[in-house]
Design a protein around this ligand. Structure first.
Ligand code: SAM
Ligand code: SF4
Length: 393
């Protein structure tokens, strides 16, 4: 697919149709992470997993019917642990099942510690045209605290290499770490911006149940910035990125206008997507309903299911209009562009409740963009869950 991905098509503003492929393995489990990622001490049988990805694709194609793909995303886990041949076989499989126009965005997540120049070139040759690197912090002490296997030098080396090889690249940072002051974060963010191309994902550290950090935090082994400090860190993030031409287009995602992640926009605009691999989710519009799919999370159990029945799907739910309206709100209010009210009204069968809307507007949490769009203001983004709960069906 290398030829067809040298040029990246611009965003059309449409929700689109994405393909997500989940690689569920990591070299080590980070203590904050509750993603579906697993460590294996024996080599993973990539040929067997590839065959299973291809089989599950066939099943998903029968559900989706013929569609034109607008983006592909390989996430994890650590997809950069895949051999370039594995990536190539998966991308070729997608192109056999759906129409894949030249120049669509094809992203892969990569960890700085699993970077090798040859592998990067191999991914590029296989068709990947956008790399998303998990840098997480630009100081070694915090990288160690986050349980990362790389140091700052390796991260910077990986950024340089990615910039050289891929037409587009982004990297992730986690902020609001224990003891992080606004001044320290501002300095780190400005340094990050100096390395960035046109996209950054900036996440506040969250403590997820079931992770080692959950127990440590509960036992007060460390403390996180409180609500007020977090809000100041968030505001500083918005101001600095905006001032440097990388404004937020979603709660945690920043881009030069036009360089937004096409794939993530599909999720937030409530478009359709197919999810392939262990623990992958999908949404497919089928007439008046949307089919919500989810696959088995445990990698080897998923493999067994695919080999015996052709897919690893464990959940299949048909969402009616009201549920779709709620999901559209939940996803769309994360975006700076907000939601298309006409589409929401068609699904929910009603206007937003006038009293609740007036209340949220008067408190500066939401605003209308003309008659047809509604969005959260920056202060609304800080209490997004409550805003969504207030407006939902
Ligand atoms: C599934 S990870 C995949 C990327 C890659 N495996 C890595 O970690 O470098 C996606 C991103 O989510 C973010 N993330 C995961 N858990 C988080 C948490 N508890 N708090 C904040 N950000 C988190 C990290 O920035 C990470 O890069
Ligand atoms: S490398 Fe990424 S996916 Fe793997 S455990 Fe760490 S944060 Fe999670």
């Amino acid at each position: 697919m290398s030829e067809r991905s040298s040029l990246i098509l611009p965003d059309t503003g449409e929700p689109g149709f994405g393909l997500y492929v989940h690689w569920p393995f990591c070299a080590a489990k980070c203590p904050y992470c509750d993603f579906n990622s697993h460590v294996r001490h024996q080599p993973v049988d990539q040929a067997r997993f590839t065959a299973a990805f291809l089989r599950e694709m066939e099943h998903m194609r029968t559900l989706s019917g013929p569609r034109t793909v607008t983006s592909i995303f390989m996430g994890g886990g650590t997809p950069s642990l895949m051999a370039p041949e594995t990536v190539g076989a998966i991308l070729d499989g997608i192109a056999r099942h759906w129409h894949v126009p030249d120049g669509i965005e094809i992203t892969m997540e990569a960890n700085p510690s699993s970077v090798e120049a040859d592998r990067f070139r191999g991914y590029r040759a296989a068709g990947v045209n956008r790399l998303s690197l998990g840098v997480q912090a630009l100081n070694d002490a915090d990288l160690k605290f986050l349980g990362r296997l790389h140091d700052v030098d390796q991260a910077l080396g990986a950024i340089r290499l990615a910039r050289e090889i891929f037409p587009r690249m982004s990297f992730d940072l986690i902020y609001a770490r224990p003891g992080q002051t606004v001044d320290a974060w501002e300095a780190e963010l400005k340094q990050a911006i100096s390395y960035a191309v046109d996209h950054l994902s900036l996440y506040q550290l969250t403590i997820e149940e079931g992770t080692p950090f959950f127990g440590l935090h509960k036992a007060r082994k460390f403390t996180l910035p409180d609500g007020e400090e977090s809000a100041l860190l968030y505001e500083a993030t918005q101001e600095i990125t905006e001032a440097h031409g990388l404004p937020a287009y979603e709660v945690s995602n920043h881009a030069r206008p036009g360089a937004e992640s096409r794939h993530n926009l599909t999720y937030w605009r409530y478009g359709d997507y197919v999810g392939i691999g262990p623990g992958a989710h999908g949404r497919l519009t089928l007439g008046r309903e949307k089919l919500a799919t989810a696959t088995e999370r445990h990698p080897e159990t998923w493999l067994g299911l695919v080999e015996s029945q052709g897919h690893g799907m464990t959940d299949e739910e048909r969402l009616g209009y009201e549920e779709q309206a709620d999901e559209l709100l939940l996803m769309g209010l994360r975006l700076k562009e907000g939601i298309d009210l006409v589409r929401w009204q068609q699904l929910s069968g009603r206007e937003p409740d006038p009293d609740r809307e007036a209340f949220l507007i008067s408190h500066g949490f939401i605003e209308r963009l003309g008659n047809s769009r509604l969005r959260c203001t920056p202060s609304g983004m800080l209490i997004l869950d409550s805003v969504v709960a207030d407006l939902a069906c």
